[in-house]
Design a protein around this ligand. Structure first.
Ligand code: NAP
Ligand code: GFB
Length: 325
């Protein structure tokens, strides 16, 4: 179909790659709750629709939907321990996915693409807080160099598509995300879903809760529904090629120990917390500044951390059978 002019098609067709994941499901929820607009058609993809590491399958899904806008979330994703095991896979899969999606978007004349970096990709040796100008200022932490370099290449590609073809391809840099529909797998997932799952099992089995590492590292956590609302704003209002950090403030940074205690309170766990220091701490901190975001959205309200943790814990307990784990 020339230029995607399908009979009765809405004027804006927004393709969300990685739409079945933590962030994608949050965007789907806020769109359903009214954040969408009449002229918009939203399409949420999973890997069943196309393996985006494959160029032909990527082209086919773009041919099928003829998107005008793309929110590009699809990636090989994982917590510290999965990254430490599979740095090569994180590099290769994500480089292929990103090149296929961005090039298909270019070839299909997509108006705007928003891709996803992460605050864990910043230089390991750096001053704090990190900001958007510092992405390429030095090597990332050794634990996730594969993922980090693959993500950094998105920023390079965005600049190249802008310079050579005038494309509006940009990116956001979320901090650690958590919420409903996360990956609660204890080995491969991130810290909050991992601790929620472990607390659930400790409660059921009457055992202690093993927090990995010292509990001293520090993180800024953003609730997936807040990130989703910010994604919708970026889609509509953000016009820079340069990426923008989407994170709670520096003052909202908590230690892993404090995060574990929030989960314990939310789950009503009465057992013992044990810190397994034989496990890696990973990056001690990656404190990011959200001052660029605040210049645009000074009044945006983040969900209080304890409330977001409680909502996530309640969701997991109610959906533990079908949750990813
Ligand atoms: P997630 O829950 O693991 O979801 C990943 C999504 O990507 C799923 O929809 C998955 O499809 C899809 N996907 C994976 N490999 C694919 C492939 N080969 N072809 C097509 N689709 C594929 O991840 P998430 O936490 O929502 O992350 C979304 C984005 O945010 C990622 O780009 C990630 O790097 C970024 N990010 C996440 C965090 C965080 O803390 N979670 C922090 C910063 C940035 P299936 O469901 O079919 O597997
Ligand atoms: O979310 P997480 O796995 O990844 O957090 P990062 C790891 C930190 O939490 C380490 C501690 O300090 C761990 O010792 N921790 C304590 C646990 N208990 C647990 C647990 O049960 N599970 C896990 N996973 N950690 C990732 C990057 O870094 O951040 C990824 O490697 C990605 O590439 C992600 O960008 C957002 O925050 O350390």
């Amino acid at each position: 179909m020339a230029d995607g002019a399908r009979m009765g098609a809405k004027s804006k067709r927004i393709l969300v790659t990685g739409g079945s994941g933590l962030v994608g499901r949050a965007i789907e929820q806020v769109v359903k709750e009214g954040a969408g607009q009449a002229e918009e058609e939203w399409i949420f993809l999973s890997s069943k629709d196309a393996d985006l590491t494959d160029a032909a399958e990527t082209k086919a899904v773009f041919d099928r939907y003829q998107p005008t806008h793309v929110i590009h979330l699809a990636a090989m994703v994982g917590g510290l321990f999965r990254n430490m095991k599979y740095n090569l896979d994180f590099w290769r899969k994500n480089v292929h996915i990103n090149d296929n999606v961005l090039h298909s978007a270019h070839e299909h004349g997509v108006t705007k693409v928003i891709s996803c970096l992460s605050t864990c990709i910043f230089p390991d040796k750096t001053t704090y807080p990190v900001d958007e100008t510092m992405i390429h200022n030095g090597p990332p932490h050794s634990s996730n160099f594969g993922y980090s370099y693959a993500k950094r290449m998105i920023d390079i590609q965005n600049r190249a598509y802008s310079e050579q073809h005038g494309r509006m391809f940009t990116a956001v840099i979320p901090t650690n995300v958590f919420g409903m529909h996360d990956n609660f797998n204890i080995e491969d997932g991130h810290v909050l879903p991992g601790l929620i799952h472990k607390t659930y099992l400790a409660q059921r089995n009457g055992t202690s809760l093993a927090v990995w590492g010292s509990g001293n590292p520090r993180r800024q956590f953003i609730f997936s529904l807040d990130l989703a609302r910010l994604f919708i704003w970026v889609l509509r209002e953000y016009k820079e090629i340069e990426p923008i950090i989407l994170s709670v403030g520096e003052e909202d940074e908590v230690s892993i120990k404090e995060a574990a205690e929030s989960i314990v309170a939310a789950m009503g766990f009465k057992g013992e917390l044990v810190f397994d220091t034989s496990k890696s701490d990973g990056q001690y901190k990656k404190t990011a500044s959200n001052s660029k975001l605040r210049k645009y959205l000074p009044d945006f309200k983040f969900t209080p951390f304890s409330q977001a943790v409680k909502e996530t814990c309640d969701w997991f307990v109610a959906n533990s059978d079908q949750a990813r784990k």
